[in-house]
Design a protein around this ligand. Structure first.
Ligand code: GLA
Length: 379
């Protein structure tokens, strides 16, 4: 069914516009965004759409093709903690707009997602960004893309209660085809860095491990607090301000061994992002493979956000000849990416599937992804 037909079936009216927003994969730079550091995400070809129409009565009605329940409320009644489940993301995006003085009114919104949910590919950031775009697009006050990203992050931070950084939303709004988005999470400066794996005979393999994502929000918040506590002890604004050269001294000043490991991950990961971006600029993406793998080891051993299914996928991909492989996203399940010679994609995927079967893990979903365009209006 087309978006317009679904919308008519859901609300009995015509949509006035359709917006799309992609999922994202972070190539490298994990758990660095909330430390004022660097990240290098791409947008996926997988995207969701939000179809929207204005209503004259200042009410919002939210529907999703994926979930049967409908959420309905007065725009003015939306407040943090009052909206349960999937609708909280859209409600949060609308709340952030109203809270910051954007003149929006009643809306009917329908989400249809082509992003595999619950896999750490940032459906939540995509839905928040597309909702901000739809509401502001229809009420005539569309902010610049980086501002849409900030409003979408605010929806998650202050309405949903997820203390995420700005990486996902920036990728969703600012990523471009054939490029990776180099993001400085302190200055919010961005650079489109060439990343066209196919042109180099490479493929980016994505393994959705389908591992149940455990403890995600609590453990994420706990990691974030450890980093902030470390920055406080070290007397820096954020861990971004600790260099690789200054790491031994910083570690010596931290009494807690767990906090020391967290800091070592963030500091070395920032350096790996800078190196990867430099290799991409120099047209040498193949050489980034070992940096991907080093990132994984650091996330597994120092930041402790991996799970057995993820480690199985990384090891199997590497054994089958991947140039590098790592967990991507917040962790505790979700997806693995592997940089692979295009000729080795089939073998690599097979090796991962076989390893999962041997260990009795749920069968993973394996696909390749090209860097794709960010969020925009479709019609
Ligand atoms: C999640 C968060 C992001 C980022 C990553 C880890 O995706 O939403 O802000 O912190 O985890 O890099």
């Amino acid at each position: 069914m087309s978006a317009a037909t679904e919308f008519r079936a859901a609300f009995g009216t015509e949509p006035e516009g359709v917006w799309t927003a992609p999922g994202r994969i972070n190539l490298i730079g994990e758990h660095t965004d909330y430390n004022d550091g660097f990240a290098l995400p791409i947008a996926l070809p997988h995207a969701l759409t939000v179809s929207a129409a204005r209503r004259p009565d200042a009410r919002v009605r939210l529907r999703s093709r994926e979930f049967p329940d409908v959420f309905e409320a007065r725009l003015a009644d939306l407040s943090p903690g009052t909206v349960p489940g999937w609708a909280a993301y859209q409600a949060g995006a609308l709340w952030a707009l109203v809270d910051e003085g954007h003149r929006i009114g009643g809306l009917d919104l329908l989400v249809e997602s082509g992003i595999p949910t619950g896999t750490g590919l940032s459906t939540s950031a995509a839905v928040c960004c597309a909702t901000v775009l739809a509401a502001t697009g229809l009420y005539g006050s569309e902010p610049p893309p980086a501002e849409v990203a900030r409003l979408a992050q605010r929806a998650e931070n202050d309405f949903v209660g997820m203390p995420c950084g700005i990486m996902d939303q920036s990728a969703v709004m600012l990523a471009d085809e054939g490029r990776a988005l180099f993001l400085d999470c302190r200055s919010l400066e961005t650079e489109q860095v060439p990343f066209d794996p196919a042109a180099h005979g490479l493929s980016l393999l994505v393994v959705d491990t389908r591992a149940p994502r455990r403890l995600v929000e609590g453990a994420y918040g706990e990691r974030r607090r450890s980093c902030e506590e470390a920055a406080r002890i070290l007397g820096v604004r954020a861990l971004r301000d600790v260099s690789v050269g200054g790491l031994p001294r910083a570690l010596a000043a931290l009494p807690d061994p767990v906090v020391r490991r967290r800091v070592r991950h963030v500091v070395t990961e920032n350096a790996r992002v800078l190196e990867t971006a430099a290799l991409f600029r120099a047209g040498r993406p193949r050489a980034a493979g070992p940096l991907f793998t080093a990132s994984h080891v650091s996330l597994r051993d120092d930041f402790e956000v991996s799970v057995p299914e993820v480690d199985t996928a990384v090891s199997a991909a590497l054994s089958a000849g991947a140039l590098g492989a790592r967990i991507t996203g917040g962790g505790f399940g979700g997806c693995v990416i592997a940089l692979v010679e295009s000729g080795a994609v089939v073998d690599c995927g097979k090796a991962v599937r076989v390893a999962f079967a041997e260990r009795g893990h749920t069968e993973p979903v394996v696909f390749t992804a090209l860097p794709s365009a960010g969020a925009r209006r479709l019609s």
